[in-house]
Design a protein around this ligand. Structure first.
Ligand SMILES: Cc1ncc(COP(=O)(O)O)c(C=O)c1O
Length: 410
């Protein structure tokens, strides 16, 4: 029999085999095999991977809690009360929004599940969802899993990947329900500017749409840029679902703690479906997350480390012949235009061969990622090891550029 014929058509096309693929942005077995061969993995947006990045105080509370035994029990399906209280403090500190921990925050097992859950209350079969391109690939897949259709909206490459409101206006229809943005953007690291966000939000309000704002990378912003959470803009609180995580900011991806903040009316349904859809986050990692969130000085120190690493990556990679890049504006990624050297896939495969590094083909992030590479330059705890990998990339790409008679960065 053909079991796939009995499947929901939105899921039928999913191919778990992707986890063997080296171009997929997520953790897969194929990459595990490469690591065993000594390849440096610079393709997972996982801060300091594979080195430990857990603060000693967090280890201590988790070990103590395990010894006492309580973590063998459930935590609340919407998130432990003390964890929601710490998250509310963080959100208010960052945005000024008066977040009620019992009404406006829900904990999710990582923000990947949070992103799907954020859309579930809104998307009905046939609804159109506008997703900025390039963007985090899950945001192209989630609407489809829910029976919606994705409408990719190109970002303005000439304006450092700002939203192009005319491009949104051209593509909006009667069926458009929702806009999804990743802010700061993955893969481009763009921190969308206040004015640009105000224009996008005016478009969203004009057409009575919902915004899902994926803010997994909001904690480390460089060069003193202002970070504006769209939920704080006039008229947006009641129509925005903001999805965040401690994975990138606190470098604690393995704890699997994400969170959503939103207005009471939206939260009523997210709380209502929490048991069915989310289950609950793990009790032991919720305890660790509470401690990690109290370490506000640690979070600040991580921004300094990431910004220093960004500078190191930019100094080395931006001077490669045939490469064009902007200094990253946030987080742990570098986004390189390598179109003069080959397709994304060709250059990524070449780097695996020649430089022993696994990086992401930019084409995985949308139409506008073609000809680009995403390199996770915030891997390894130690700058020296990172620098060695950057230098290997530079040597290999310089050799490729020479073969193509390209002598200078573009
Ligand atoms: C933009 C973006 N959002 C969300 C996630 C999900 O992260 P997590 O589930 O660890 O919170 C990722 C992970 O790579 C990401 O890059």
């Amino acid at each position: 029999m053909d079991i796939t014929a009995l499947m929901n058509r939105n899921f039928r096309a999913l191919n778990g085999g992707l986890f063997e693929s080296v171009t997929k942005a997520d953790v897969g077995e194929g990459a595990g095999k490469l690591m065993a061969r000594g390849v440096d993995i610079m393709a997972w947006a996982d801060p300091f991977f594979p080195d430990p990045s857990i603060p000693p105080a967090v280890v201590e509370v988790m070990v103590d809690a395990l010894r006492q035994g309580f973590p063998s029990h459930y935590s609340m399906p919407i998130g432990a009360a003390d964890l929601r209280a710490e998250l509310a403090l963080k959100i208010t500190r960052q945005t000024g929004l008066p977040i009620d921990p019992s009404r406006n925050v829900i904990v999710t097992p990582g923000s990947d599940s949070g992103l799907l859950y954020a859309m579930m209350p809104f998307i009905e079969p046939g609804d159109e969802v506008m997703v900025a391109d390039p963007s985090y690939p899950s945001n192209f897949l989630n609407p489809v899993l829910l029976g919606g259709t994705v409408v990719k909206v190109p970002l303005d490459t000439a304006a450092n990947y700002a939203f192009d409101i005319a491009a949104f206006e051209q593509r909006v229809t009667e069926r458009t329900k929702l806009v999804v943005i990743t802010h700061p953007n993955n893969p481009t690291t763009t921190v969308f500017r206040r004015k640009n966000l105000e224009e996008l939000c005016a478009f969203i309000i004009r057409h009575n749409l919902v915004l899902v704002s994926d803010q997994a990378f909001e904690d480390h912003i460089f060069d003193g840029l202002e970070f504006v959470s769209p939920a704080t803009l006039p008229g947006m609180w009641e129509r925005t679902v903001t999805v965040c995580s401690i994975s990138k900011g606190l470098g604690l991806s393995g704890l699997r703690i994400g969170y959503i903040y939103a207005d009471d009316k939206i939260m009523d349904v997210l709380y209502g479906g929490a048991v069915n859809v989310l289950g609950a986050a793990a009790t032991i990692t919720s305890i660790g997350a509470v401690q990690a969130l109290k370490e506000t000085e640690y979070l600040r120190s991580l921004t300094e480390r990431h910004e220093r690493r960004r500078d190191l990556a930019y100094r080395t990679l931006s001077t490669i012949p045939g490469v064009r890049m902007h200094p990253s504006e946030s987080g742990i990624l570098s986004w390189l235009d390598v179109s003069q050297l080959g397709t994304s896939e060709e250059v990524a495969a070449y780097l695996l061969q020649e430089a022993n590094v696994l990086v992401n083909a930019g084409s995985a992030y949308g139409e506008q990622g073609k000809g680009f590479l995403r390199i996770v330059t915030g891997v390894f705890a130690d700058d020296t090891r990172a620098e060695a990998a950057f230098n290997r990339i530079k040597t290999a790409l310089t050799k490729l550029a020479e073969q193509k008679s390209i002598l200078a960065p573009i």
